[in-house]
Design a protein around this ligand. Structure first.
Ligand code: BMA
Length: 350
């Protein structure tokens, strides 16, 4: 494990997730409890629940802007609410995963502000923004350490920082730092949170963009087996892309990922996926299921249903054209939702 001092519950989560792969692939949704189409909490709940009377097995949240001290994240979800949701998720035996679209520490711009060179180099030890980066990690550590359950134990979670690093749109992307700088940033972050801040409830997910053709491209910025628990990538069906093309592209990357996961003893996942607006009524059973069914993936996380951005949604809501097909997808024995995993006691340590 990336954290040799991980809590028993965190270790147990990883072992249980590994065992669960034999049963199926968990289905996840970003910001599922926070908002959806036509509602924002507390006036509504889970678009997936509205359709299936069940929740996803994996819930994604984003910590972007926590580093600024802001009370709300980059998509306007209050961090206090994210904590409440994450506790609910844990109480129902499901899994939380956190990404971090953190601002550019040099310019103060967003995660996508990638034009100024040298940002990663600047936050490494010895760099001019290093102290600022430590303050950011301190804020993260407070959040993770405060995320406790009813027995005051830290809630295990998946942390997926610096994602899509094989692309160039974030300031930590592949054309903005060398592989060595990226790897040093990752390793420093793990060590600082684990050892200096005593955060011991994290599984670390190394999550690439769909910009890799060969194992070596994926592995170019991999921080090493000592620094990751989960390996994954993000890929979306693009407008105009044929279904056959998308299924093929996904399958060939998944087979590379499966080899990597096996060789390095890591858990494979699709850390982000989707087809914006799901314009194809049978997308779930005809496109997603062929991709997932023999994949050996732990989970696939579908992106958010933005309440305030019409047309930016990735799972159906009541009335959406793929709603009925999603229920068929839900009913497949090897797509795992909250009710399928609640009895597994993923966190219990005998
Ligand atoms: C992107 C979009 C943005 C959002 C960001 C972080 O894919 O959904 O609207 O701000 O993710 O959640």
């Amino acid at each position: 494990m990336a954290d040799l001092q991980a809590t028993p519950e965190t270790r147990n989560l990883l072992s249980e997730m590994k065992l669960l792969v034999a049963t199926g692939t968990m289905i996840g949704h970003q910001d599922d409890l926070a908002y959806g189409i036509g509602w924002i909490a507390p006036n509504g709940k889970s678009d997936i629940y509205r359709i299936c009377s069940d929740y996803p097995a994996v819930f994604g949240w984003d910590l972007g802007h926590i580093e600024t001290g802001s009370p709300v994240n980059l998509d306007s979800v209050p961090f206090a609410d994210i904590k409440t949701y994450a506790r609910q998720v844990h109480a129902m035996g499901a899994i939380n995963t956190f990404s971090w679209h953190c601002n550019n520490p040099l310019t103060g711009g967003s995660a996508w502000d990638s034009q100024t060179p040298g940002v990663v180099a600047g936050i490494l030890p010895g760099g001019e923004q290093h102290t600022r980066y430590l303050q950011w990690l301190d804020q993260l550590a407070v959040f993770f350490n405060e995320l406790t359950d009813d027995n005051n134990k830290p809630i295990p979670l998946i942390f997926r920082p610096f994602h899509e690093q094989t692309g160039d749109w974030f300031w930590w992307g592949n054309t903005h730092c060398t592989p060595d700088e990226f790897i040093r940033l990752w390793q420093f972050t793990v060590t600082y949170l684990n050892e200096t801040k005593q955060v011991h409830n994290l599984l670390w997910a190394y999550s690439a963009a769909d910009r890799f053709q060969h194992k070596k491209d994926f592995m170019e910025r991999y921080p090493g087996d000592r620094y990751a628990d989960i390996v994954g990538f993000d890929q979306y069906q693009q407008p105009g892309q044929s279904y056959e093309d998308f299924v093929e592209a996904m399958k060939s990357r998944i087979s590379l990922l499966a080899e990597i996961a096996k060789e390095h003893d890591k858990l494979p996942a699709i850390t982000e996926m989707g087809y914006e607006q799901i314009p194809y009524p049978a997308w779930w059973t005809h496109v997603v299921w062929p991709i997932l069914k023999d994949s050996g993936l732990s989970y696939a996380l579908f992106w958010r249903n933005a309440a305030n951005r019409p047309n930016h949604y990735y799972v159906p809501y009541p009335g959406q054209i793929s709603e009925e097909n999603f229920v068929l997808f839900y009913d497949l024995p090897r797509t795992l939702f909250q009710k399928d995993i609640q009895e597994r006691s993923l966190y219990d340590h005998p």
